[in-house]
Design a protein around this ligand. Structure first.
Ligand code: LLP
Length: 451
């Protein structure tokens, strides 16, 4: 079941609510519209896929979408949080995540009272290890906060390890660390979102593994090695890629364990792609992803951590725009909308395709043409879609850019003083709630007050 559907009457619906009706009720500016039930369904799909893998963790990658209401909802559903900055950690704390939660013990199905009953195991599955701090340039101040809060930290480089040691000393707390290993597996995606190739800026290469193990051994009061992490890239559409990486990773874990480290966590990162083209192509599901690594994880008795962002949140949302007008220059037809690369930069930045459609039925005599869908921002990179077959829309017609839940609002800017848009969601009962205020001109002026 998908949340945005065209009904036979030709109107676009979000769950059972007509998008056109929502447009009439909310502010007259571009806005992000989410389906809360779709967020729940996406998490459920991961939870079902992870059944049978005790102590596994869905670490939602906050960078994909940092709306506080969404984060709170994901926490209630049992997700953990994957962070890349001190502010993301502060936001996670604000949303109620508790970084000090841990699995019952390093053994998987036993606790002090003996074997856990099946239902107890299930109850514990989703509520452990709430925060993991990632990143190739974590600053000391943020690491100190992470150490104080008991967050798991991924070690990315020699200098990062030094900083984590310093942070542990300042906080007076041992830090649980995972080694982020760069496995050199090609994710077959746009180079800007590939992260696990050997020449990428992320992680440590295997030839340096021993150095890191020795460094951890040299700091028994500051560091506890608990696992290994990798993240290959984003928009990955073949699960074999995850499997290839997992095979390498469990071999590294064997090596690490052979040196006496008790490591329990295998973190295979995020990266699962979605069907941006709405082509009906069969893409791998969370279950396909988990099934491809399941036996490896079980064979080593590991706690599996995954870090989905896009596949949890992208398809739950549209950017809703209004048509300002239609024009033709040379051989090009343009639909000019009020939204732009300021609200949604993925097409401009990665040449990404996001599906576009009108929210209302087309009159039977409407002419269908090939349009570039562009915004009002003063540069030619400002497009939301290129060469789309669309009926010529009247001024004021609603036009949505689909799959805008991940890396859209969180990458929005105020370029041309467009100001970041408000966000709404459709609730389970069909009501529409604002979940973030739109930024205003006054917000901008506030930065200069008293200067
Ligand atoms: N874990 C780590 C360490 C990451 O770097 C990322 C994303 C994720 C998890 C989540 O990956 P996902 O499941 O969302 O693919 N702005 C780009 C995507 C950048 C991804 C950055 N890292 C875009 O709009 O396509």
């Amino acid at each position: 079941q998908h949340c945005f559907t065209k009904s036979p009457d030709g109107f676009l619906y979000c769950e059972d609510t007509k998008v056109q009706d929502i447009m009439e009720k909310v502010e007259k500016r571009p806005f992000y519209l989410y389906s809360k039930p779709q967020i729940t369904r996406n998490v459920e799909a991961y939870k079902e896929a992870l059944e049978g893998l005790n102590n596994s963790i869905i670490g939602y990658a906050i960078k994909a979408n940092n709306n506080l209401k969404i984060l709170q909802h994901l926490r209630k559903l049992g997700c953990g949080a994957v962070l890349v900055s001190g502010n993301e950690l502060k936001l996670a704390l604000h949303a109620g995540f508790d970084p000090t939660k841990r699995p019952p013990s390093s053994s998987h199905s036993v606790c002090s009272s003996g074997l856990l009953a099946g239902s107890e195991i299930k109850a514990r599955l989703w509520t452990i290890l709430e925060c993991i701090f990632n990143g190739n340039g974590k600053i000391l101040e943020d690491l100190i906060l992470a150490a104080q809060e008991g967050v798991f930290v991924n070690v990315d480089s020699e200098f990062d390890l030094e900083n984590i040691v310093t942070a542990a000393k300042v906080a007076g707390r041992k830090v649980n660390v995972l080694l982020r290993i760069n496995p050199d597996v090609d994710p077959q995606v746009h180079p800007y979102v590939a992260t696990g190739n050997k020449n990428s800026k992320f992680g440590i290469r295997n030839e340096k593994l021993q150095w890191f193990l020795d460094a951890v051994k040299a700091h028994p009061n500051e560091l506890k090695l608990v696992g290994a992490h990798c993240h290959l890239g984003s928009t990955i559409t073949k699960v074999d890629i995850f499997r290839d990486a997992a095979v390498l990773m469990v071999n590294y874990i064997d090596e690490i364990r052979a040196q006496g480290f008790e490591v329990d966590y295998l973190n295979i990162g995020g990266g699962l792609g979605i069907d941006y083209y709405h082509s009906g192509a069969v893409l791998p599901t969370p279950r396909d992803l988990i099934d491809t690594v399941r036996e490896l994880v079980l064979s080593r008795n590991l706690n599996l951590v995954i870090e989905p962002g896009r596949s949890l949140i992208a398809n739950t949302c549209c950017l809703v725009n209004r048509v300002t007008g239609v024009k033709t220059n040379g051989t090009k037809n343009f639909i000019v909308i009020d939204g732009s690369m300021a609200e949604l930069i993925r097409p401009s930045l990665y040449d990404a395709y996001q599906h576009i459609e009108l929210v209302s039925p087309t009159p039977p005599d409407a002419e269908v043409s090939t349009f570039d869908v562009v915004g009002p921002v003063c540069e030619s990179a400002d497009f939301l879609g290129k060469e789309r077959e669309l009926p010529t829309p009247a001024k004021g017609t609603g036009l949505v850019v689909h799959d805008a839940g991940a890396y859209c609002m969180s990458m929005a800017s105020t370029y041309n003083l467009k100001m970041r848009p408000p966000e709404y969601w459709v609730e389970e009962d069909g009501s529409v709630t604002r979940i973030r205020h739109g930024e205003t001109f006054e917000d901008h002026i506030r930065f200069f007050e008293g200067l």
